[in-house]
Write a new protein. Structure first.
Length: 218
């Protein structure tokens, strides 16, 4: 696929997702290039009393520049809708997220939402998940945590907004469920980028000019 065709598909998926936002909603906004296409569409719709929660400073700044009402995720404990992209989407609905380093906040928003919708271009569909799997780690005992996670490597990136260190698990992802358990049980892992099928309510995939949705198997 060419870069131009990928951008067209991202825009199509974003436009489809924007139609799901209605007046009075609380909406979580993910991080990444596909969400970047979503924000101006939401701004053009000029919906009333929609409160947005951004999962990264980049999304927060971009949304504010467009006039969206972005607020901290404090003072309320749920969202009506969360919209985000993904790095990989397996046929089962397993996702890998976190290429932009915001997977911890993205997972918080996804779990808090009554409906979590994933938007992707067709090149994000994969027959099976592959490394890398993004990680956010505690700075304390970092070398020990990396040893427990082998094979893993630090990512050349600044700390996350919550003070975490970004890294990537580089080993096999043959059994996502088993790997998820291993990563979650490793002390020092704040969060990982494996999102299980039950988390996404719907995945919108743009192929050419058309957008099709599917609900992951649970």
């Amino acid at each position: 696929m060419t870069a131009a065709s990928i951008e067209r598909e991202k825009r199509a998926a974003a436009e489809a997702a924007a139609e799901l936002v209605t007046e009075g909603m609380r909406v979580g906004l993910g991080t990444g290039s596909t969400v970047g296409f979503l924000l101006p569409v939401l701004a053009r719709r000029m919906l009333n009393e929609v409160v947005y929660v951004a999962t990264s400073p980049e999304t927060h700044r971009a949304a504010r520049r467009l006039g969206l009402d972005v607020r901290p995720f404090v003072g309320f404990d749920r969202l009506d809708l969360a919209i985000d992209g993904a790095d990989q989407v397996a046929p089962s609905g397993w996702l890998v997220k976190g290429g932009g380093g915001a997977h911890t906040r993205e997972k918080v928003a996804a779990i808090a939402a009554d409906r979590f919708v994933v938007i992707v271009s067709s090149n994000k569909l994969v027959p099976a998940l592959t490394p890398p799997v993004p990680l956010e780690l505690l700075p304390f005992g970092l070398d020990s945590t990396l040893r427990l996670l082998e094979p893993a490597a630090l990512r050349p990136a600044p700390p996350t907004p919550d003070g975490g260190v970004l890294a990537d698990y580089l080993g096999p992802v043959e059994d996502p469920c088993a790997l998820m358990a291993r990563l979650s049980l490793t002390p020092g892992v704040v969060e990982h980028g494996l999102f299980p099928p039950g988390l996404a309510s719907e995945i919108l995939v743009a192929t050419g000019a058309s957008v099709d949705g599917f609900r992951p198997a649970v």
